[in-house]
Ligand binder design. Sequence first.
Ligand SMILES: Nc1ncnc2c1ncn2[C@@H]1O[C@H](COP(=O)(O)OP(=O)(O)OP(=O)(O)O)[C@@H](O)[C@H]1O
Length: 223
Amino acid sequence: MLRLEDVTVERAGLPVVRSVSMDVADASVTVLLGDGGAGKTSLLEGISGAVPIRSGAILLDGARIDRVRAWRRARLGVAHVERHRTVFPALTVSENLRVACKDLTALDEAFELFPELREQEHVHAGLLSGGERQMLVISRALLGRPKVLLMDEMPRGLPPVVLHRLARAVRELADGGVSVVLAEQAPALALSIADHAYVLAEGEIAFHGDSTDVLGAWCGATT
Ligand SMILES: Nc1ncnc2c1ncn2[C@@H]1O[C@H](COP(=O)(O)OP(=O)(O)OP(=O)(O)O)[C@@H](O)[C@H]1O
């Protein structure tokens, strides 16, 4: 589905992601782990086209997309939930979704994934809890029916029960056919829903494997 070959991303002239190769399978969750500053956000931005890559190749279904503009990549099926993406607080939940898409079937699908949002359809988004806002942001990204969903870290400070709810929804999305790439610092929950994981350290892949292998390696490295 999504393949990265030797991708390097620069920030302020410095290569903060170096020669990263990755394979993201159809209908799977791939977790990108790494400490703060490891390069997770920069890599996701390189994939979505928010920043240009310095070198390497990005392929979606076998076709190069790394020179394609960000908005076209989105049309081709690459959705990006950026770290600080927000909702329109003065608009209702339903209006927030309708400004992104007029397709009412897609809207219904978003509400199926997050029935909590349907219950608050007419509530101003500014009144939602942090978890509900995140649900809304994810729903908006899904309205274009993406093939690949790039998700930067969940907001800090969400209650564990809400994080588990969001994680379950991410797993459901993958089971429904979307390939999810989730950047996270906290490994336990992310690995519990992942099929595959890559660990980034100072811009390079330190190791990768099935989520169970990576969990074992991660625990070994931190104990
Ligand atoms: N806009 C920018 N300009 C200059 N340097 C940047 C910029 N954004 C990120 N960097 C640098 O690139 C490196 C990788 O940062 P990045 O945000 O991609 O990592 P991360 O793994 O997502 O970390 P965090 O979770 O702390 O954001 C860091 O050294 C960071 O300081």
